[in-house]
Every structure is written in C-alpha cells, then in structure tokens.
Write a new protein. Sequence first.
Length: 103
Amino acid sequence: MLLDDNIIGYIFTHTIDKEVQILNFAIDTPYQHKGYGEEFFSYFLDQFDEDISIILEVRKSNFSAINLYLKFGFSELGIREKYYSDGEDALVMKRKLLAHGLV
C-alpha cells in the first residue's frame, strides 16, 4: 500500500487454483489503527470476482487483526499449536467468496 509515495503496508500471498493463502499482511506501525489496514484489506478482497477461498494464520494474541478478519467475513477453522518461533499458537481463519456472496 502506498501513501504519499511511501510504502506503508503489504500483503504476501500464495495462490493455488481457487485458494489464496495470505502469508503475511502488515501495516507499518505509525499507520496502524487509522483505517489504512481496513482500506487496504478491502481493496485486496475486491480483486477476487470468482469462487475463491482465502486462508490465513494469525497470532492468537493479535486481537486487532482477528477483529479485522472477522469484520470481513473470516471464520475460525482451528489452531496451529506453537506455530510461531516464540511458541505462540496461531489461529487459522478462512473466508469463502462466491460470485453471489460469502459462504
């Protein structure tokens, strides 16, 4: 994401067939909690106009990110225990997009 020619955020993904895995989504710290993440994530999701599933892992302690994903229709699938290098668990979340809406 660009703001005044500065990169303030990014999304790294991996796509296979009709499934997108979000590997990393970040907004630079000074720009967090100002709506940029929501705007950028909305733009990202709007790029998909066919049946597609989107899956991601998020730290269980990252309540801001979890709330953002829930707002955009993601649901909890499960937990990956000790997923992160510091031993924290990851919450696995998924969103299924269909041409006629969310599933």
